[in-house]
Write a protein that binds this ligand. Sequence first.
Ligand SMILES: Cc1ncc(COP(=O)(O)O)c(C=O)c1O
Length: 390
Amino acid sequence: LVAASPGVISFAGGLPSPALFPRGILARSFLRAVRSPALQYGWPEGSEVLRRWVSERLRARGARIGPGEILITSGAQQAIDLATRLLCRRGDRIAVDAESYPGALDLFRSRGLQPSLTAQPVRYAMPAMHNPWGRAAAISPDGVVLEDDAYAELRFDGASPPTLLASARASVFHIGTFSKTLCPGLRVGWLVPPARWFRASLRLKRDEDLQSGGLAQAVLEGYLASIDWDARLARLRRCYARKAERLIDSLRRHLPGWRFREPEGGFSVWVEPDGEGSSTGLLRLAVEEGTSFDPGRSFRPSPVDRPLALRLCFSAVEESGIDEGVRRLARAWIKLQCRDPGRARIGRRRPPARVRSLRARPGARAATVDAIVAPVGRRSARRRSSTRIP
Ligand SMILES: Cc1ncc(COP(=O)(O)O)c(C=O)c1O
């Protein structure tokens, strides 16, 4: 909600850049698709053409997968859900990283599972490219792994990352999507379950929604047939790498004490400010300054702010707005220190002169801030369940 407000430079939400949506080619493909049999019911496993396309991409990464082993799903989110429902029962624990994709954490919780930092029989991971870390996060595949590959093709160096399918086929539910590399609105993703789970996955998928949208699949088929996918990926990587570089550069200049590791790909950088405090408190002040981000606590199995952290997405911000966005964030950080100097402190250093002068001006917060931020910081239970961070 805040991310979409006019005038806000938003680093929130793992959104692809709308400037990179190929609207013209998709529109032409759509016109062909509506005249095709795609408006009729299809099969629960999805388009044969798309499944062949996905299998070829996976084979190029060393996985010996045929089209008959793939299910087309309504985005990666449905693939995560299908795998979770097949493997886990209410009350089970599921292993996750110290920080993880909030949409999966929310889904696990609403299915009655407990995300856990300790080893468990089932684990959710993003080895090729991690959200929110923006880096590869190799794992040893013990037990069954839900391998979320959503950002795998968005490594800035263009390297083709390995998939666990190549080394641990029998214990991996591999999950992919076109949401990050093309557009999330089509809602097309895929699931490659272990062979012995294929029939059960297909049945569950059919019971859930009969099939994923046939029209979207047909549009995608037509699109893929008329473009050079590798050339598109190269363009995306260049664009996102440039934005990431700009963000890193601005963080170093305006918030020199903040810690982060440079992203290797994906849409975001995970940053840890040099102090304590509440990430939602910082968000309130950031919105007051005209910027926003995703509070770090949303990415953790239990929503804690220690260490204080935030995810900054560079993907959908205009490149020319990044530096100004970080300046606004720096102002919010200074305000947080003024408001709550005991908790949000910069190490043990004396506060900078700008902070000391701001401290002398209490009441700097605009009265409207709480109203603007309320949907983020104090959402009702209903709103919380319907507002996921991608
Ligand atoms: C790691 C990860 N997995 C899955 C998804 C959901 O993708 P989809 O739009 O394909 O459902 C997201 C969306 O942000 C994501 O970041």
